[in-house]
Write a protein that binds this ligand. Structure first.
Ligand code: ATP
Length: 361
């Protein structure tokens, strides 16, 4: 008898109400193909939650999420929220902090058939998610930024041995399951104490993984290496802000930001979240690329499959990935990838590919 998994659906803002339903529709078709039962639980988050509950992350959303197996988080447009929400920790930061989701795993893989700066990239960025130079995630309360006098603003950066060690282990385990190469990205020539500690601790953890080849680069040099030779990299581990910037770059050069998925994970929880933002410039036009959100969902299914030892979940992930790959390879894609399909047309094509047997046999 198959287990029923309960997954949260938080649409968010901007293109969220377009790409999240697309990802849910496709996951439902793939789960149906493997006999997996998903109970989808829709919860309020973002601008609509401010209207209905007076806050972008209502208390009930956090309480219900705590009892679910995982969830899909759409993007949020927190810079457009009214105060005090605009200056507060944003919704994804709030959920990452509340649930201790310390590792943000962001693959960048070129899709055959889609135009890309680098057509054979296949790398994963493991971004430390809880500290570093994003002030708003460093503090117990408040945003961690302050302005002591007019014209002066201060933000803190924090690197700890404990947080670096745990994210380094996630990255090395991942490298071990892939091409056994790991690159540490830092700025230890300038931020000697903080990112120097990050590099040192990653190098210490490397001693436990003699089968993984390790190198390291400064963040600025790394942007050049990625543009020139993204195909040479396998797993990249870095602190919070460098990982955020580098993963947008990696996503774009391997196709489009619209294809870059991610999950945020702790040892026992995971949240699927596209690497891109809410793209307000194209919201409501049915032209957004849902692939990043769809593939983030596949990552969540794979993670849950490993957690529960459930092969049907891993198979569901493979079917979602195959449905997307087959659809793009056959010439259907959204305009950011050089195609002309709308979000809903692309979604329907992926569902059709899955119903036609993509990812099986
Ligand atoms: P955030 O800081 O919230 O991550 P951002 O400022 O990085 O957001 P995005 O919202 O990610 O910006 O948008 C950057 C650009 O990429 C925009 O031009 C947007 O239209 C485009 N873009 C982002 N996501 C998609 C998508 N899914 N499909 C097509 N274009 C996208």
């Amino acid at each position: 008898m198959s287990t029923t998994y309960r997954l949260g659906v938080l649409e968010g803002d901007g293109i969220g109400p377009e790409i999240v339903p697309s990802a849910v529709e496709i996951a439902t078709a793939a789960a149906h193909a493997t006999g997996t039962t998903i109970d989808w639980v829709t919860l309020p988050l973002g601008a609509t939650a401010i209207e209905s509950h007076g806050t972008p992350v209502p208390h009930e959303t956090g309480t219900v999420l705590a009892d679910l197996d995982g969830w899909y988080l759409g993007p949020h447009d927190s810079v457009s929220y009214p105060e005090p929400h605009k200056s507060a920790l944003n919704p994804s930061g709030t959920l990452r902090k509340h649930f201790g989701l310390f590792a943000n795993i962001r693959p960048a893989k070129s899709c055959p058939g889609a135009k890309a700066v680098c057509e054979n990239a296949d790398l994963v960025i493991v971004r430390e998610n809880t500290e570093g130079f994003y002030a708003d995630r460093n503090t117990y309360a408040g945003t961690g930024e302050f302005s002591p006098v007019e014209g002066v603003a201060i933000a803190m950066g924090i690197i700890t041995r404990a947080a670096t060690e745990r994210v380094a282990r996630v990255a090395f385990e991942l490298a071990r399951s892939r091409r056994k190469k790991l690159t540490i990205v830092h700025k230890a020539n300038v931020l000697k104490l903080t990112t120097g500690l990050f590099r040192t601790v990653c190098q210490e953890v490397a001693q436990e993984y003699p089968d993984v080849a390790v190198d390291d680069f400064h963040i600025d040099a790394m942007t050049v290496h990625l543009v020139r030779r993204a195909q040479d990299f396998d797993v990249i581990v870095t602190e919070n802000m460098f990982g955020d910037i580098l993963s947008d770059l990696a996503g774009e050069i391997s196709g489009s930001l619209g294809t870059a998925p991610s999950i945020n994970a702790s040892a026992d929880r995971a949240m699927a979240q596209a690497s891109h933002g809410s793209a307000p410039d194209i919201a409501g036009q049915n032209i957004a690329n849902p692939v990043a959100m769809i593939l983030s969902g596949a990552m969540l299914f794979e993670w849950l499959g490993a957690k529960h030892g459930d092969a049907a979940l891993a198979a569901t992930a493979k079917i979602i990935e195959a449905g997307v790959a087959q659809t793009i390879a056959s010439g259907t894609s959204t305009r950011d990838l050089g195609g002309s399909a709308s979000t809903t047309e692309f979604t329907a094509a992926v569902v059709k590919a899955i119903e036609g047997g993509a990812g099986r046999g």
